[in-house]
Design a protein around this ligand. Structure first.
Ligand code: AHR
Length: 503
């Protein structure tokens, strides 16, 4: 059996684990809102039409901030459609997903749902087909207490207190040719800067996110960030990264190493932001909002799900309903490790998405709600990762991948909460054939005991949770773990994700 060694030392802090790292994303897309979080006819629905079983699962997942209402959807969205008396709200074509948006759930209803799940609103403004004025209107409607046309309109619509939205995304994926209103970096940088300045004039307390690249493989990657930040550096707080991973052409080895790509993506964007900082002679730091990340089988959307036709604009169609395997969850858990490893510069992150649409939670209309495999790495990491993220010394054997060359078989990160005396270690074994023994030097933590272990693995790495078999896959305690004389040992099965809690 191969082995790996790690050293966990609380002196090597990367940065604070901000709760905003455990954000989510709800887009008006497919069955996410309608027949997902909202299903008035469902037996578990509350008086507002929201499914209680879904609320409970979202709470268990442990999501902090939730980005809303898109995504590609936002670039065709008129926010005014989504407020006011429901019976007067217009039905609109959603060009991004070739669907009909009924606006039955809008800004007020979504905030009510957030109050139920205990998460905070992060709003995206439409800079695709709209501009600065509409962004200002939405900000006034949301954050001004009273005494103006739009704040009074909000009050008349039933919300006395402002929404008080702190974080705002300046558009969505404006580098993508698929985006309504797609722009060049130069054009987008200018509008992002102007809009940011205007929004701050209205509410100086807000945080603003400029659109970065839709993936590290966009032809404009790197240059996009440089040009956008050259225009908007002084006006924004964060630049976004989006990344989706999938197993391509049966190459599981490369897929399992997807976090290598995420590591490089983050480090390149940090380097580019710091380059612009140096050129400007600025003492301000731009951080990253990794506001879309997940495993997503995108080809399936293009080849199977795609809706077309002038007379075919369904309401809440089944779109992007990926069913995740054990291997997907291991990659997913590794992406969370990557985010934590960059906790110094990734200030915020949003798992895309939450319910039914490339989601950790699935529902059936009139039927149950259940956890996908990816639910577990998120809920456990969100619960256990506290305090500071720690840089580990990691020595592990490597394997060769088509996509990323030689890659360590093990990836890991730890967090340490000095006040609570709690440490957590998160690990993956990327080997498809071999269990790996990990020996961790934890002597600098003092006298510690293991309080929890969770390992997600299966003899069938493609095992999934489905409507018919909703609990086929779940993490199990890892009985191989032990700690004595400052050394922790644990065996990681092939293709596995593990969390260990120590106190
Ligand atoms: O999350 C699904 C889609 O992926 C989002 O709408 C878009 O921003 C990205 O391309």
């Amino acid at each position: 059996m191969s082995s790996a060694r790690i050293t966990v030392d609380p002196h090597f802090s990367i940065g604070a684990v901000r709760r905003a790292l455990f954000g989510g994303f709800v887009e008006h897309l497919g069955r996410h809102v309608y027949d997902g979080i909202y299903e008035p006819g469902h037996e578990s629905a509350d008086a507002d039409g929201f499914r209680r079983d879904v609320v409970d699962l979202v709470k268990e997942l442990g999501v902090s901030t939730i980005r809303y209402p898109g995504g590609n959807f936002v670039s065709g969205f008129r926010w005014e459609d989504s407020v006011g008396p429901r019976e007067q709200r217009p039905r609109r074509l959603d060009l991004a997903w070739h669907s009909t948006e009924t606006n039955e759930v809008g800004l007020h209803e979504f905030q009510e749902w957030l109050d139920k799940v205990g998460s905070e609103l992060m709003l995206a403004v439409n800079l695709g087909t709209r501009g600065t004025l509409e962004a200002l209107d939405l900000l006034e409607y949301s954050n001004i207490p009273d005494g103006t046309a739009l704040s009074e309109q909000r009050k008349a619509n039933g919300r006395t207190d402002p929404f008080g939205v702190k974080v705002w995304c300046l558009g969505n994926e404006m580098d993508g040719p698929w985006q309504l209103g797609h722009r060049s970096a130069d054009d987008y940088g200018k509008i992002a800067s102007q809009t940011a300045k205007a929004m701050r004039q209205l509410d100086p307390s807000i945080q603003l996110v400029a659109c970065g690249s839709s993936s590290a493989h966009m032809p404009t990657f790197g240059e996009w960030e440089r040009v956008v930040l050259t225009h908007a550096y002084d006006d924004v707080d964060m630049i976004s990264c989006h990344a989706y991973y999938e197993e391509r052409n049966g190459d599981l080895g490369s897929f399992l190493a997807s976090a290598v790509d995420m590591d490089g993506f983050i480090e390149t964007v940090v380097a580019t932001a710091d380059h612009v900082k140096a050129v400007k002679g600025s003492d301000k730091q731009i951080d990253i909002s990794f506001d879309e990340w997940n495993v997503w089988y995108i080809d399936r959307f293009h080849n199977v799900d795609k809706i077309e036709g002038l007379d075919n604009w369904p309401i809440a169609p089944r779109l992007l309903e990926d069913v995740y395997s054990v291997a997907d969850a291991v990659v997913f858990g590794n992406l969370m490790i990557s985010l934590l490893k960059h906790a110094d510069r990734v200030a915020s992150a949003s798992l895309a998405q939450l319910v039914n649409v490339i989601a950790p939670i699935m529902t059936e209309p009139g039927g149950p709600a259940w956890r996908q495999t990816t639910f577990y790495p998120f809920s456990i990491t969100s619960r256990l990762a506290r305090g500071e993220a720690l840089q580990l010394k990691l020595e592990a054997p490597t394997y060769s991948t088509e996509a990323y060359g030689d890659v360590p078989l093990v990836d890991a990160v730890a967090t340490h909460d000095a006040q609570a005396g709690a440490t957590a270690i998160f690990l993956v074994n990327r080997s498809q054939t071999e269990a790996l023994t990990v020996t961790a030097d934890v002597s600098s933590l003092g006298d510690v005991a293991i309080t929890e272990t969770h390992t997600l693995a299966d003899d069938d790495v493609y095992a999934k949770n489905t409507l018919e078999d909703r609990e086929r896959v779940a993490p199990r305690p890892n009985d191989s773990a032990g700690v004595a004389d400052g050394t922790l040992t644990i065996t990681l099965p092939p293709v596995s994700w593990t969390a260990i809690a120590l106190s």
